[in-house]
Design a protein around this ligand. Structure first.
Ligand code: ADP
Length: 228
């Protein structure tokens, strides 16, 4: 599903943000990406989303050869990856239903279909009853669930979560993680960038550790490795 071969990215002269990174993530995997601030995680994500191009190396995402991808094909490519962020990034003046429906309107889904898909997604994330609420009327955990529904409503094969629990208390963090696990069990390949040691250690998933632009560890049923 995701392949990086010998990928390096330098922003300017100096140490590269990523240095000769190779990794392979198969369809249906659940993977944590961990590492200190400045280790290269955001750079990795931006490369996968084709917001950046590598200085060296090859990247393939769901059969798209990103090095060869034409600029006009980028929007269609991005539909392969649902993304959620630490800060939710919801439309503040729209209600829950509209926030999720918006993602479907962008890809020109027929209204009849949207009316089916949005409530189904909101049920999946446990927010069917709150469809009329505005983001500020929701807790952080609920807002993140709306963001998840929005990321998934177009049925992308990959979900990328960038610090999804960064603004949540432990209880809500766990609820979001359980949801991500559920989504993964339904077949979506899930990548989670996180600093949440407790969750990483409890979930026993594959853990890729990045340090100074290099993958220093890649373990099935791994743990959060201490920086030293
Ligand atoms: P992380 O997401 O793990 O905190 P980043 O990928 O943001 O790490 O950063 C990796 C390295 O690249 C850091 O040394 C950072 O300072 C540098 N870097 C990130 N973005 C830029 C940029 N736009 N211009 C120059 N250097 C950058």
């Amino acid at each position: 599903m995701i392949k990086m071969e010998g990928v390096s990215k330098s922003y300017s002269t100096g140490t590269p943000a990523l240095n000769n990174v190779s990794l392979h993530i198969r369809k249906g995997e659940f993977v944590f990406i961990v590492g200190d601030s400045g280790s290269g995680k955001s750079t990795l994500i931006k490369l996968l989303l084709r917001e950046l191009t590598p200085t060296e190396g090859r990247i393939v995402v769901n059969k798209y050869e990103l090095n060869k991808l034409k600029r006009r094909k980028i929007p269609k490519f991005r539909r392969n990856i649902g993304v959620v962020f630490q800060d939710f990034r919801l439309l503040k003046d729209r209600n829950v239903y509209e926030n999720v429906a918006f993602a479907q309107r962008v890809v020109e889904t027929p209204t009849r279909q949207i009316r089916k898909n949005v409530p189904a997604m909101l049920s999946l994330v446990g927010l069917a009853e709150k469809y009329k609420a505005k983001p500020k009327q929701l807790s952080g955990g609920e807002q993140q669930r709306v963001a998840l529904a929005r990321a998934l409503v177009n049925n992308p094969p990959i979900l990328l979560a960038d610090e999804p629990t960064g603004n949540l208390d432990p209880r809500n963090s766990w609820e979001i993680m359980k949801l991500l696990e559920e989504i993964n069990k339904r077949g979506t390949t899930v990548l989670v960038v996180t600093h949440n040691r407790e969750i990483v250690n409890a979930m026993r998933k594959r853990v890729i550790t990045v340090k100074k632009g290099i993958i220093v560890s890649d373990e099935e049923k791994g743990e959060y490795i201490d920086e030293d």
